[in-house]
Design a binder for this molecule. Sequence first.
Ligand SMILES: *Cc1c(COP(=O)(O)O)cnc(C)c1O
Length: 324
Amino acid sequence: MSDLHLPTFDDVVAAAERIAGYANKTPVMTSRTVNAAFGADVFFKCENFQRMGAFKFRGAMNALLQFSDEQKAAGVVTFSSGNHAQAIALAAKLLGIPATIIMPHDAPAAKVAATRGYGGNVVEYHRYTEDREQIGRDLAKRQGLTLIPPYDHPHVIAGQGTAAKELLEETGELDALFVCLGGGGLLSGSALSTRRLSPACKIYGVEPLAGNDGQQSLRSGNIVHIDTPKTIADGAQTQHLGNYTFPIIRRHVDDILTVTDDDLIDAMRFFAERMKMVVEPTGCLGFAAARNLRESLRGKRIGIIISGGNVDISRYSAFLAGHV
Ligand SMILES: *Cc1c(COP(=O)(O)O)cnc(C)c1O
């Protein structure tokens, strides 16, 4: 894949300038309870307070702001059942670009409604019999739409990297950073920022135990493909890393860790009870892993990216009540 033009930190800097005024500069929060339990200084970058509720708005906005006039007129297409769909729909709406979102026919009604609410044109497909990436490519070709995938795109990666850039500019250098991992857009972008702004910082990706393709990929040196994993972390149910994200992760990331769904529920409860924050299961990955490692983090300065807060409220309350 040496012919790919991989994004660099300069692209993250350009993305930050481009999306300023559209994206929120999200708060960095601390908790005395966490600091005492860890014996460390822990900084949470709260992308659950990003527009549309997750960091995905950063990458989507950075990609759409680089469309030519022809691309803007024809429109954008993407495939996603989750936060990327809403991010593209919102970014497109803000820029007056038509957006087509390919979603599974059995996607949660709330997510379809949210995507439609932002003005997205939803096209349904059958997840067990049809290939969403193929549908996306066909639509792009037939209707002249520009395909912006959820993670494997240089403009998306550069946009996602702006969250860690903001965090490090606020905290100064850190000893370790924990980042939620699905297809690796957030992790690879975060790695670009971290390697420049805090070169000695350990960078950890965190994925659900049931879907540890990233860990297998990092250890084997090749992109490992898996079946859609069964986990409550729906934002990390990706089947493989990307051709852009993997080389960056391989080069800069120290390790990929895993946590169980029970770890995620414990973290979700902690955020609700102690920090008064609604965090979706996938958004808890980084904190859950750091908690498991806390003995080894004593005396250190730790960054944790909370990636999003979009969770169906009845599902969320079932998690908190221990019914899931
Ligand atoms: C998409 C998403 C992730 C995973 O991001 P990748 O860039 O695919 O690794 C993590 N958390 C949330 C809330 C997400 O929406």
